[in-house]
Design a binder for this molecule. Structure first.
Ligand code: MG
Length: 374
């Protein structure tokens, strides 16, 4: 006997969402809403989807390459669809079944673990969140009273049950009456636990959620750069001039910190490196202020509709001392990147007198940049 099986209900037409494509088949991250929902549950247990007979082609392309149990056709409403799914499992019944809505694709693993734990002492368990908004009773667009929200929770899915108990409850329930399985189970006298849910489990139901469907692509890039030191009258690091008895050698102003950061941003965009966009062979960059390169990378991020969430630069040198200039460097990088200074970090370390940085032959810099792309 299987311990657990997940039943993903994906038979709805998504009429509230509008548009020709049912919402569970809309693009989400690199897959579809349903594809992501399946992938979050598949590591824990076998998955069977309940689908609409018109969606066979959509279903197969959304789940290509995923190892799933054969899909089951849904009925005229959610209750009937779940029942069809349960009935299809009776030849090889699991001990527990998790009934999940395809329209809640972001399922944290912790929620699954809480549900399975609660099933040890209850007939069923569902994730929920306490209501925090003020609740009004409204008639003809006018508030006619406030509803006390004490003890009110919003119930999410997956909803977990002992399989045979839920199947019996479904067989005895009046058709078309229950909007979810906890309601049906309670009507049958079962004991249902509510465990801590998660805001990421919010259901995609309204057209405004279309922006959420596109998701946000969070990316981190890394950059590294080195420039040689030679006798001179100062260095420019992260846009700040520091008086020193050496200077950095390079085609531009050799601002090693800004170069590493520019490369980190380009890396997060997967757009090559600083040399590709600003070739050292091009005379126009001779002696250039490195602000041009960093601003160029910044504009590539905004050109893609993204924004810079955070960056972190580490300078590696024995001298000059960076500490007194660190806040000025952060302010200068924040100004160029057009982000709050709290999103920019500059750190420094020595290399314990080891290697070329330790001998004062050059300065190295490392950087990371984290971006949000649509
Ligand atoms: Mg460089």
């Amino acid at each position: 006997m299987q311990d657990h099986i997940a039943l993903i209900v994906a038979a709805g037409r998504g009429t509230r969402f509008g548009g020709p494509e049912p919402k569970q088949y809309l693009p989400y991250r690199d897959r579809t809403v349903l594809g992501v929902a399946v992938m979050t549950l598949r590591p824990f247990m076998p998955v069977v989807c309940v689908i609409h007979p018109d969606d066979c082609e959509r279903y197969h392309s959304a789940t290509a390459g995923l190892d799933l149990l054969p899909p089951v056709f849904g009925g005229p409403d959610r209750q009937a669809s779940v029942r069809n799914g349960l009935e299809a499992l009776i030849t090889n019944p699991p001990r527990h079944v998790l009934v999940h809505d395809a329209a809640r694709p972001d399922l944290p693993a912790a929620v699954v673990l809480r549900l399975l734990e609660a099933l040890e002492t209850h007939d069923g368990a569902a994730p929920g969140l306490p209501v925090t908004d003020t609740l009004k009773r409204v008639e003809e667009s006018r508030s006619i009273g406030t509803v006390a929200r004490d003890g009110l929770w919003r119930i999410q899915t997956p909803q977990a049950f002992r399989f045979s108990t839920l199947l019996n409850a479904h067989r005895q329930a009046s058709p078309g009456k229950f909007s979810d399985d906890t309601t049906l189970a309670e009507a049958a006298g079962l004991r249902v636990a509510v465990v801590q849910g998660d805001v990421r489990l919010e259901k995609v139901t309204e057209p405004g959620d279309a922006t959420r469907l596109t998701g946000t692509d969070i990316r981190t890039g890394h950059g590294f750069d080195v420039h040689q030191l030679a006798p001179g009258d100062g260095v420019v690091l992260c846009g700040v001039y520091i008086l020193h008895d050496m200077a950095l050698v390079g085609h531009s102003d050799a601002d090693v910190g800004m170069h590493a950061l520019t490369d980190a941003i380009l890396g997060a965009l997967a757009e090559g490196d600083i040399g590709r966009h600003f070739p050292p062979s091009d005379p126009q960059w001779r002696g250039a202020a490195s602000e041009i390169f960093l601003a160029g990378a910044r504009d590539m991020v905004s050109g893609r509709g993204g924004r810079i969430l955070h960056c972190d630069v580490t300078l590696v040198c024995e001298a000059p001392k960076i500490g007194p200039y660190r806040d000025a460097m952060r302010a200068e990088l924040a100004r160029i990147l057009a982000v709050p200074v709290g999103r920019v970090s500059v750190k420094a370390t020595t290399s314990e007198k080891l290697g070329f940085t330790g001998r004062g032959e050059g300065i190295a810099a490392q950087a990371t940049a984290t971006l949000a792309l649509p």
